[in-house]
Design a protein. Structure first.
Length: 159
């Protein structure tokens, strides 16, 4: 379709008109374009590398460094144990003292109970009752024999 510019300017070539139309079109399109990102034109090529046949070279200082690290860790652990051991021993001793005090109270009550029971069993009234049940009689004074203490006629094992 012909425009007014083509009608009024017959000497102007179609090329100039096309250039102006193209520049106008690009100006309109450039307004909506995003600006370029940084390093957009850089291309990274990644190549697969096979290191399966590569052997690491031994470092002579790494072995001594590892042993120093192990030794330092051992010394640090021993120092930590040495610092914490007395307090842990104190806690254990406290628990043991508490247990022993409870056992001492229990044994004291048991001992007093046993002494009371023994006193009841060995009392003169009880022994008299047992003697009456089994029909025990006191021996006559002429039938009692007292043994001398330093008598060598007693049967003793002397070697």
């Amino acid at each position: 379709m012909a425009t007014l510019a083509n009608i009024f300017n017959p000497f102007a070539g179609a090329k100039e008109i096309a250039d102006t139309a193209a520049s106008t079109r690009t100006e309109r399109c450039d307004a909506y374009k995003l600006r370029t990102l940084p390093n957009e034109d850089v291309y990274f090529f990644s190549k697969r590398i096979d290191n399966s046949r590569v052997v690491r070279q031994a470092d002579p200082r790494s072995r001594s460094r590892d042993w120093k690290l192990i030794g330092g860790a051992g010394v640090a652990a021993a120092a930590l144990i040495g610092v914490l051991l007395p307090s842990a021993y104190g806690y254990m001793a406290g628990y043991q003292i508490s247990r022993l005090q409870q056992e001492n109270r229990r044994l004291a009550t048991e001992r007093s109970r046993l002494e009371l029971e023994e006193a009841k069993l060995v009392s003169a009234d009880r022994l008299q009752q047992l003697a009456d049940l089994q029909k025990f009689v006191d021996p006559a004074s002429d039938r009692t024999v007292y043994l001398p203490r330093n008598d060598s006629s007693l049967a003793m094992n002397r070697h």
